[in-house]
Design a protein around this ligand. Structure first.
Ligand SMILES: C[S@@+](CC[C@H](N)C(=O)[O-])C[C@H]1O[C@@H](n2cnc3c(N)ncnc32)[C@H](O)[C@@H]1O
Length: 203
């Protein structure tokens, strides 16, 4: 499966994120770094271009896994410990204090809850952050093939996970999100953005 332009090069991905996220991304990583604190072993699964590594506080170490070879190569050039690995290889997870899952769950449906469950078993603290609102796919207004064309070239197509699954992500309101996370007994849920369109959950 070929990815869209967004996932072809680390630089294009970073530029697109800065346009699409309009500042929320920075707020999100600052907040996550604050939650993690100092001197922690951080493991990020589906790390992309490893934005988070640049925000971590003093004494923190960082390991990232992602399947995108271009992203991994870019991270390694920056001197980061990032590996081309599948996040579902649970038995290989390194020793850590904190696992971060940032903007990955909406890519891996229907295995999203499985990832949370397995990650939670392998860490002391799990931090999950995702868009709350998703793609808002409406088949009555826009035929699926229109989404498909956009996704193929410019959209959120990571070249790993099919659109037909990714399109299912999204929660109508806070209540629906709480229901989704309930089985993982979240310690705290923080909302970001004008319309609370992003959330950070500490599990
Ligand atoms: C939206 S990006 C998020 C990147 C980063 N965590 C961030 O917050 O900027 C989702 C990432 O998940 C990766 N990914 C999706 N499925 C994966 C899998 N099975 N194993 C490893 N990485 C995966 C993609 O390659 C992509 O880089």
């Amino acid at each position: 499966m070929k990815s869209s332009v967004s996932y072809k090069f680390a630089r294009t991905y970073n530029i697109l994120i800065s346009i699409v996220d309009r500042g929320i991304s920075e707020k999100k990583f600052l907040r996550i770094a604050e939650i993690i604190g100092k001197n922690k072993k951080v493991f990020e699964i589906g790390c992309g271009t490893a934005f988070l590594a640049d925000y971590l506080k003093q004494g923190c170490s960082y390991i990232g896994w992602d399947l995108n070879k271009n992203f991994v190569d870019d991270c390694c050039k920056r001197g980061l410990e990032v590996f081309q690995k599948n996040i579902f290889d649970f038995d290989d997870y390194p020793d850590n204090d904190v696992i971060v899952i940032s903007d990955v769950l909406h890519h891996i449906i229907p295995r999203d809850k499985e990832l949370i469950r397995e990650a939670k078993e392998r860490t002391k603290k799990l931090i999950v952050t995702e868009p709350r609102t998703g793609l808002k796919f409406n088949s009555k207004r826009t035929p699926f093939c229109v989404y498909e064309i956009f996704d193929k070239f410019l959209g959120d197509n990571d070249g790993i996970n099919p659109l037909a699954q990714r399109i299912k992500w999204g929660f109508a309101d806070e209540e629906e999100l709480h229901e989704y996370l309930q089985e993982f007994s979240p310690k705290k849920i923080i909302f970001l953005g004008k319309n609370k369109e992003k959330f950070i959950a500490i599990l």
